[in-house]
Write a protein that binds this ligand. Sequence first.
Ligand code: NAP
Length: 284
Amino acid sequence: MSAIIIDGVEISKKVREDIAAQVIELKEKGVTPGLAVILVGDNQASKTYVGSKEKACQQLGMHSVLITMPESVTQEELLAKIKELNEDNSIHGILVQLPLPKHIDENAVIETISPSKDVDGFHPVNIGKMLAGQDTFYPCTPYGVMVMLEHIGCDPAGKHAVVVGRSNIVGKPAGQLLLNKNATVTYCHSRTENMAKYTKDADILVVAVGKRNVITSEHVKPGAVVIDVGMNRDDQGKLCGDVAFDEVKEIASYITPVPKGVGPMTITMLMFNTIKAARTIHSL
Ligand code: NAP
């Protein structure tokens, strides 16, 4: 039997309805949640992402500020802008769109953002809190994955979760959030030998690699829940994931498509984190 397709657009819509209601409530209490996005340089993909974030803020009635800086901006200038936003009472979330030009130290930038406004969840303080199982800002994409699992009624407790990919922004935090929910977690990566040995045992398989067809039916256990984070282009230039969708959907119990799977959840969780920041900062 073919898997149930997890509709990221639909889940995202439901979460956004909740966010919109929270924005109204906060505004009634005199607080408009505000997100500042800093875009450095001319990267077209970054411009598109930033545009989507601004649009989401506007649709939800939130305050949004876009700060654009030239590719030639110095690290000092960028850090000074972040420090200014850390002090700005109308801003609750600060996001610096990555990647940054090579002459700028990404870690220094992330560490300058106040942990209480770090809605991307990349600051070492927030990563540490996540590791310690504390409530904090979780990185938006893996957080979106967890919300999707919750939505389909998949409790990770006691399950074997295999995460393919170990980046700081997706793979590692995805595994940690699954562990926090009592899954038994295995990570696979480019140095893993005989990856199918691990993936074939997964009850929950999260794939965040960035290569088409890295997961085929041979890698998947019948009945597994498969979450495809990858975003690639096929030979026709169409968006596709890391999982060979057509064949894996015949084996899995649930599967996310690409597009309309994990993608829509990422920006939604950014908005969610911004509301959380506003509530925390104003003790509401
Ligand atoms: P990344 O930083 O390039 O990390 C890729 C990971 O995949 C690395 O850990 C790498 O292992 C591992 N890997 C590479 N080749 C592999 C192979 N053949 N078998 C097993 N593991 C392999 O990428 P990322 O930022 O995590 O993003 C991953 C994908 O998710 C990309 O397609 C990206 O566009 C997409 N993405 C989507 C969203 C969304 O909102 N939907 C958000 C973020 C990212 P090593 O560590 O050993 O190099």
